[in-house]
Design a protein around this ligand. Structure first.
Ligand code: PEP
Ligand code: MN
Length: 340
């Protein structure tokens, strides 16, 4: 249920509605804008009727939220949410760029890549340490050792770092070493993991599941928000379709759809769906043009020798060229690329 107050509603009128709801045991999520105050109410709101509130002084509108996700819906929370990670704000007028290797292979390569991409303006550094590989024989990541290297490079460059968590038992390591915790596509509906991550005091990057609809994705975000963590950034990374010429089909239409349905920031990972570096570049540009709040791209200093996702990894030079291009595209839609 959403209750919208009149622009001139008094503190007493708003307080009266709030007391009424608290007395009935409801939690209120208050959105206080410059002009309007909006209450979002979660819980068993079947017991409430909009008419009760419409009759109260100071109330201009009251209605039910139709979607199964509430806290993540734009009806509930009309203004854009901005998520701060270190010194970077994601979800405002600046586009954030996350870059780095698919997997952290050793300290030297991470240092080499990170120095190069930060020089070109990358705002956050990514690197996988616990890898969700399709084959059990493929490189699985360095585990905690990798996270230690990532933290070290984050401190050295002053850039926040991102890595994917796969297991509940590893969460303490991520709380220790990482600034933004990634929930991978394969775990988007791992509800046990989501419930645990909801209690973590770090921002969360929730990737879209390989076969997930947008509403399923937003319901997963709702698991995080409803259990306590509303610092959520969504990441479109492509979905499985009948098309075989790319690894996944990059559903860029989810960017404007999410903007309509939700107030959460959304970024795009063009690397995993496209699978080949020459295809990643045009879709990174397109993601910015579509209104994404950021992009996340894989970069490697020697892609042909990479232990994972080499074919889709940009070279450091390609990344640097891409940064110049997206700066122009961002300008055309009234945005800028975040500066460090
Ligand atoms: C990744 O970003 O390294 C990754 C494995 O992505 P996804 O979960 O989207 O496949
Ligand atoms: Mn990868």
């Amino acid at each position: 249920m959403v209750i919208v107050f009149k622009p001139n509603a008094s503190k007493e009128q708003i307080g009266h509605v709030s007391d009424y709801l608290h007395a009935k045991g409801f939690d209120i999520h208050i959105n206080e804008g410059k002009e309007l105050t909006i209450f979002g109410i979660v819980g068993d709101t079947k017991l409430l009727t909009p008419e009760t509130f419409l009759e109260m002084d100071g109330v201009s509108n009251a209605f039910r939220v139709q979607e199964s996700y509430k806290l993540c819906s734009r009806t509930f929370h009309p203004r854009n949410t901005k998520v701060r990670v270190g010194d970077v704000t994601i979800g405002g007028s600046e586009i954030a760029v996350i870059a780095g290797p698919c997997s952290i292979e050793n300290e030297e390569m991470l240092f080499h890549i990170s120095s190069g991409i930060v020089k070109s303006g990358a705002n956050l550094i990514r690197g996988g340490a616990f890898k969700p590989r399709s084959s059990p024989y493929a490189f699985q990541g360095l585990g905690e050792e990798g996270l230690k290297y990532l933290r070290k490079i984050g401190d050295r460059t002053g850039r926040p770092v991102v890595s994917e968590v796969m297991a509940i038992s590893d969460i303490p390591l991520f709380e220790k070493y990482v600034d933004l915790i990634q929930i991978g596509a394969r775990n988007m509906q791992n509800f046990a993991l989501l419930k645990e991550l909801a209690h973590v005091k770090k921002a969360l990057l929730l990737k879209r599941g390989i076969s997930a609809t947008i509403d399923e994705w937003l319901n997963s975000a709702e698991y995080l928000a409803s259990k306590g963590n509303q610092r959520i950034i969504l990441c479109e990374r492509g979905i499985r379709t009948f098309e075989q010429s790319t690894r996944f089909t990059l559903d860029l239409s989810s960017v404007p759809v999410i903007k309509k349905k939700s107030h959460l920031p959304i970024i795009v990972d063009p690397s995993h769906p496209m699978g080949q570096r020459e295809l990643v570049i045009p879709m990174a540009r397109a993601a910015v043009a579509a209104g994404a709040d950021g992009i996340m791209v894989e970069v490697h200093n020697c892609p042909e020798k990479a232990l994972s996702d080499g074919p889709q990894s940009l070279t450091i030079k390609q990344f640097s060229d891409l940064m110049k291009e997206i700066e122009i595209i961002a300008g055309a839609i009234g945005k800028t690329i975040a500066k460090n």
